[in-house]
Design a protein around this ligand. Structure first.
Ligand code: RFL
Length: 391
């Protein structure tokens, strides 16, 4: 069997690439390890930046998202027992769209398959072949049989635990990485939101956050010490810490049944370049950014837009964009990595660590500057809402 582009992974990156290829009339096959039902229910991200929403909309992929997603243009820091409203929409004119990732994935799967796109779910043993030849191939197992697809290109969109990144040769690839040395306990509670949006609690006991998701379900995060697991966090401790870290005199957190409790390992990486031969990586297969600033899915969409455009240009006779694909993606990747790290220093370093308060005082100084200086606030807002400057 032959196609133009084999796309490995049906997350936001792979589904966007596959939809855009389909729309441009470029044949492709989408391969996904999980079932369709599984990917349509996997809860992860929720905040999509306005430029990414408009990018989906302009490409005919954002209609339901724009119609349904609530928009946020402000959040609240809770610091030293007080509320500090931060209205980034006023400064930037842009907003976040709050749309759970599984809804975006559901929309993108439907649009792709309704348009006759070919997808194979529940594949295993994906292997890539002949990447530096003109005709690479993907082999895999599905439905008990072995399959082979010969193609022109492979889009590696299989996320942080996929296989395609492993095909970048170590001699020509650099993997930059950073470990935050802490964890986040990611929680979903069957509880109505306690505020209309995002609350970031900056507290000597560690970071805590609240994110309104739907009228009945709220996401929370708690900073945990390195090595702690879910077993260290019985429900009673979770609620005690959330109430303490997000405390203000007049606003207790509404509690409810915890339906997700998962420690996230807080680390980042970037592989450079994001391509080898006929293989091009997009999304978390190429770069992982811990969910501190809610950047991961936005970057996955950015890559996907650029990769689809580069494939289209190639089939129209111009290969320059494919050659420049990795270099075009990486500047935004590094801006978002840098911003996440800067924010991490504020979020996590106020936690009392041992006897030396140096980092905590630095973090407090940054907080006061952010809240007291309009210039500092504007610079922060620009990065928080994302790609609206040429950096
Ligand atoms: P995905 O979504 O992981 O999709 C990869 C797909 O590839 C499949 N796969 C394979 N398929 C075939 N063969 C193999 N060998 C395969 N191995 C894997 C997987 O099953 C999967 O379907 O990667 P992609 O497309 O790059 O998208 C990245 C985003 O999912 C990710 O960046 C975000 O979820 C990160 N993130 C957030 N990003 C935001 O922009 N805003 C947020 O608010 C936000 N919140 C979050 C988040 C991530 C979280 N977790 C779980 C780490 C909140 C959380 C809790």
């Amino acid at each position: 069997r032959r196609t133009a582009v084999a796309v490995v992974g049906a997350g936001p990156a792979g589904l966007t690439v596959a939809n855009l290829l389909r729309r441009a009339g470029i044949p492709c096959v989408l391969l996904e390890r999980e079932s369709r039902a599984f990917v349509e229910q996997r809860p992860r991200a929720g905040f999509i930046e306005e430029w990414a929403v408009r990018g989906l909309e302009q490409r005919g992929l954002g209609e339901r998202l724009v119609a349904k997603a609530p928009q946020h243009a402000e959040f609240e820091f809770r610091f030293a027992g007080r509320r500090h409203r931060f209205r980034y929409g006023d400064v930037t004119g842009q907003r976040h769209f709050v749309y759970p990732q599984q809804l975006l994935v559901t929309d993108l799967v439907a649009q792709y398959t309704d348009a006759g796109g070919e997808a194979v779910f529940e594949v295993s043993d994906v292997e890539l072949h002949d990447l530096t030849s003109d005709s690479p191939a993907v082999t895999f197992r599905a439905g008990g049989d072995e399959h082979r697809i010969d193609c022109d290109f492979i889009a590696g969109c299989d996320g942080a635990r996929g296989v395609t990144q492993g095909y970048l040769p170590p001699e020509t690839t650099v993997k930059a990485h950073h470990d935050y040395g802490i964890g986040w306990l990611a929680l979903l509670a069957e509880a109505p939101p306690s505020a209309d949006g995002v609350l970031f609690g900056i507290h000597p006991r560690g970071f805590g956050a609240h994110m309104a998701r739907t009228p009945d379900v709220t996401r929370f995060y708690l900073q945990t010490a390195a090595g702690e697991t879910e077993a260290d966090w019985p429900d009673e401790r979770v609620w005690r810490e959330l109430q303490a870290r997000l405390a203000v005199p007049d606003g207790p957190i509404t509690e409810g049944r915890l339906i997700e409790k998962r420690v996230l390992d807080m680390h980042n990486y970037v592989v450079e370049p994001m391509a080898h031969g006929r293989l091009y990586l997009a999304g978390e297969s190429a770069h992982l950014v811990a969910p501190i600033a809610a950047k991961g899915m936005n970057l996955a969409l950015h890559d996907a837009f650029l990769l689809a455009e580069a494939f289209e240009a190639h089939y129209a006779g111009d290969s320059a964009k494919l050659a420049g694909y990795s270099a075009a993606c990486l500047p935004l990747v590094w801006q978002y990595q840098e911003f996440s790290q800067w924010l991490s220093d504020i979020f996590h370093h106020t936690a009392a660590t041992g006897e030396n308060p140096f980092q905590a005082r630095i973090a407090e100084a940054r907080m006061r500057r952010l809240l007291g200086s309009p210039a500092a606030a504007a610079a922060f807002a620009e990065l928080y809402i994302g790609k609206n400057a040429d950096f």
